[in-house]
Ligand binder design. Structure first.
Ligand code: ZN
Ligand code: ZN
Length: 108
């Protein structure tokens, strides 16, 4: 088999069509540096928007942590993700967010 594989990202052509990114990347990662940076920037913007949404609600009235009975107030909370890191479980208190992260690492 070939050494390395293709980046999973797409390149946009000027005519609006996309084609597979030709970058060869090492095993174990999915994107070349450019596409990885793009994914992360997108994710970051979405994360900030959701956090701002929840912050507005928390400013109005405390929200319960997604994983325990702690009521979240002020800005002392984190936006938690599910095990895949793809979906948001909602706001979590800091101890829950850290514990979940540690569990995920231990499972892998
Ligand atoms: Zn790429
Ligand atoms: Zn909690």
């Amino acid at each position: 088999m070939s050494a390395g594989r293709r980046c999973a990202g797409r390149l946009m052509e000027r005519d609006g069509r996309s084609r597979a990114c030709p970058e060869i990347i090492p095993a174990g990662i999915s994107y070349c540096r450019v596409h990885y940076g793009q994914k992360r920037a997108k994710y970051g913007a979405d994360h900030r928007r959701r956090r701002r949404d929840y912050q507005g609600r928390i400013n109005h009235a405390p929200i319960k942590c997604a994983s325990c009975p702690t009521m979240l107030t002020g800005t002392d909370w984190d936006l938690g993700h599910d095990d895949d890191g793809q979906n948001y479980v909602g706001p979590q208190c800091r101890p829950c967010n850290r514990r979940d992260g540690a569990n995920k690492l231990n499972q892998r």
